[in-house]
Design a protein around this ligand. Structure first.
Ligand SMILES: C[S@@+](CC[C@H](N)C(=O)[O-])C[C@H]1O[C@@H](n2cnc3c(N)ncnc32)[C@H](O)[C@@H]1O
Length: 228
């Protein structure tokens, strides 16, 4: 699966800087990440990409011409990518949306904004607008990395043990059960006896109950939503 990013900071997406699972998936050619420099489509000798907002106000806004040009060039060289504008005003990213995105082939084109934001006409050049949460970052690059990391984990072959996908948080609309490893006792805190019992049926039941209790306590809206 391919991830393309239009950004003013392409160096942030250099393959060498991806640790762990994404780095291994890149080396194994299971995924590809390619950054496209928005500045190359800037206007005039200064390669200008931004301008002051109509109607006044602070900060600068990304102009539409460089963004449209960048999107069109990527679309010519790699047609069929699902075009996503990263914006705090977009559809909130959750695991259900991550799953949907992991099925988009040949891949995703992620557009990272900067400054005060992006000329609103750019929304006509994309398929979807996505927010990674109700807070404001200075730029869309970290948001693009969040999408890449979350989606890449679901690409077949990327996770060493695909069974862990079925059990982790949000897989069935709930948070995961509590996890423990050695030692059995740490600073007076013991691992629940049931996990040491070797009784797999009882352990499964305990995990289900714990997942439900934990979700009800921490994120009750997930249960009300009832979304897989
Ligand atoms: C400073 S923000 C602009 C915020 C804009 N003025 C607003 O209030 O909606 C600059 C860029 O960062 C990215 N960004 C910031 N927060 C984000 C979020 N929560 N999700 C996705 N992208 C975000 C977007 O690409 C945005 O264009």
């Amino acid at each position: 699966m391919e991830f393309h990013v239009i950004t003013l900071f392409p160096e942030l997406f250099a393959a060498a800087s991806w640790p762990g699972m994404v780095g291994r998936a890149l080396k194994a050619d299971l995924i590809k990440i390619q950054a496209h420099d928005l500045r190359e489509h800037g206007l005039g000798s200064y390669r200008q990409v931004d301008d002051t907002p109509y109607g006044g106000g602070s900060g600068m806004v990304l102009r539409p011409e460089p963004l449209f040009a960048a999107i069109e060039v990527v679309n010519q060289t790699r047609p069929g990518l699902w075009r996503i504008l990263l914006t705090p005003q977009g559809e909130p990213l959750d695991q259900a949306l991550v799953r949907e995105l992991s099925g988009r082939r040949p891949g995703l084109l992620l557009i990272a904004g900067r400054y005060e934001g992006i000329d609103d006409r750019v929304s006509t050049a994309v398929d979807q607008e996505i927010s990674i949460g109700d807070y404001v970052l200075s730029g869309g690059e970290l948001a693009a990395m969040v999408v890449i990391e979350a989606v890449a984990r679901l690409v077949p072959g990327v996770l060493g043990n695909p069974e862990s996908l079925a059990e982790e948080s949000f897989a069935d609309g709930m948070l995961e059960y509590p996890q423990y490893t050695r030692p059995e006792e740490f600073r007076g805190m013991r691992v629940p006896e049931i996990l040491l019992s070797g009784d797999h049926r009882k352990i499964q039941e305990w995990r289900k109950t714990e997942a439900l209790t934990r979700t009800a306590r921490r994120r009750p809206e997930l249960i009300r939503r009832g979304r897989p």
